[in-house]
Design a protein. Structure first.
Length: 296
C-alpha cells in the first residue's frame, strides 16, 4: 500500500445504473478503494460479494472490500473460498473487511444462532485462522474450535498480492484482536465509534500489536467519514460525537489532513450521506488531491 489511500463506501442498491456510475467516477478519478456494505438481511440490497465480483469486471485498478463482511452469515471456510476467487480473478484487487456481527435480531431472523459479544469475538479469531490456512496452497487444514470446525479441507491459491484482513473493530477486545492478528483496522463510522474514541482505539491496537511482537505501523488504519461535500460550505472539525462532516472541499481537505497528522490513519473512506456521482467526483477531484498535497 502507498502511504495514504482514499476510497468510497458504496451502498449495494438495486439501482445498478447509479452503482455503475459511482464506481466509474471513482475509477476515473484515481481513487484506490471501494467498500461495499454487507447487510444480507436487507431486501433492498444486493449481495456484497456478488456485486464486488461484478464491479471487478468493470474496473482495472480499483480495489474492493466488503465493508464489513458479516461473519455470522458467511461461514469462514466458504468465505475464504469466495475471497480467494475474487482475488484470483481480479489479479489481486480484493481485500477482506470483516466483522464479528451486529444487528443480531436481523442476523438471527435468517436462521443463525445468537452469539454473545465474547462468543462473537472468539468466533472471529477462529475464522481468521481458518481462512488464512485455507489461503495456503497444498495444505490440509484441520481446525477444531469452539465455534468452527474444518476437517482436512485443502488450501488453495488465493491470488497475488495476498488478501489483507481488515477488522471493523470498535470495542476494546476487538481492537486488541486487530492489533494481534489483523492486517488492518476498518474503523467503524462515527455513529458506532465516536470521534473522541479514535485516538484511544489506536493506542489499544498499538499496545496489542507490540505485545504480540508485531510492528504497530504494519497495521493499516482506515478512517471512515460520513458527510456531504458542499458546493460552498465552510470548514468544520470532527472532535466529539458522531455528526457528519458537512463542509466545502477545502474544509474536507483541511480536516482529513489534520486527522492524518494527529493519528496514524493510512487511508480515508468517504461515506456520502446521499450516494451520488457528484459527491464521489468532488471527493476524487477536489478533496483527495488537496489532502495529498498537504501531506506530501
Amino acid at each position: 500500500m502507498s502511504a495514504y489511500v482514499f476510497g468510497i463506501s458504496l451502498t449495494p442498491s438495486h439501482d445498478l445504473s447509479l452503482v455503475h456510475d459511482v464506481t466509474d467516477v471513482a475509477e476515473r478519478g484515481g481513487l484506490d478503494l471501494v467498500g461495499v456494505q454487507d447487510h444480507p438481511y436487507v431486501a433492498d440490497f444486493l449481495d456484497a460479494p456478488a456485486l464486488i465480483g461484478h464491479l471487478l469486471t468493470r474496473t482495472t485498478r480499483l480495489r474492493f472490500f466488503p465493508d464489513v463482511a458479516n461473519l455470522p452469515l458467511r461461514p469462514p471456510a466458504l468465505l475464504a473460498r469466495t475471497a480467494a476467487t475474487l482475488n484470483v480473478l481480479s489479479g489481486g484487487r480484493f481485500e477482506l473487511g470483516i466483522g464479528a456481527g451486529g444487528y443480531w435480531d436481523a442476523i438471527t431472523a435468517m436462521g443463525v444462532p445468537r452469539r454473545s459479544s465474547a462468543e462473537a469475538l472468539a468466533a472471529l479469531e477462529e475464522a481468521i485462522t481458518i481462512m488464512r490456512e485455507l489461503w495456503s496452497p497444498g495444505r490440509s487444514v484441520r481446525f477444531h474450535g469452539d465455534h468452527y470446525r474444518v476437517d482436512g479441507v485443502h488450501g488453495a491459491e488465493a491470488g497475488t498480492p495476498p488478501i489483507n484482513v481488515w477488522i471493523g473493530a470498535q470495542g476494546p477486545r476487538s481492537l486488541a484482536l486487530t492489533g494481534r492478528v489483523a492486517d488492518g483496522w476498518a474503523a467503524p463510522i462515527p455513529s458506532y465509534l465516536p470521534y473522541e474514541r479514535w485516538a484511544e482505539s489506536h493506542h489499544i491496537i498499538d499496545r496489542a500489536a507490540e505485545d504480540a511482537g508485531r510492528d504497530p505501523g504494519s497495521v493499516v488504519r482506515l478512517a471512515q467519514v460520513v458527510g456531504t461535500i458542499e458546493a460552498n460550505g465552510s470548514g468544520a472539525r470532527l472532535t466529539t460525537g458522531a455528526d457528519p462532516l458537512r463542509a466545502g472541499a477545502n474544509g474536507w481537505a483541511a480536516e482529513l489532513t489534520r486527522i492524518a497528522a494527529e493519528q496514524p490513519f493510512t487511508g480515508f473512506v468517504f461515506w456520502p450521506e446521499r450516494q451520488s456521482v457528484d459527491q464521489v467526483r468532488r471527493f476524487a477531484e477536489e478533496v483527495v488531491p488537496a489532502v495529498k498535497a498537504n501531506l506530501a
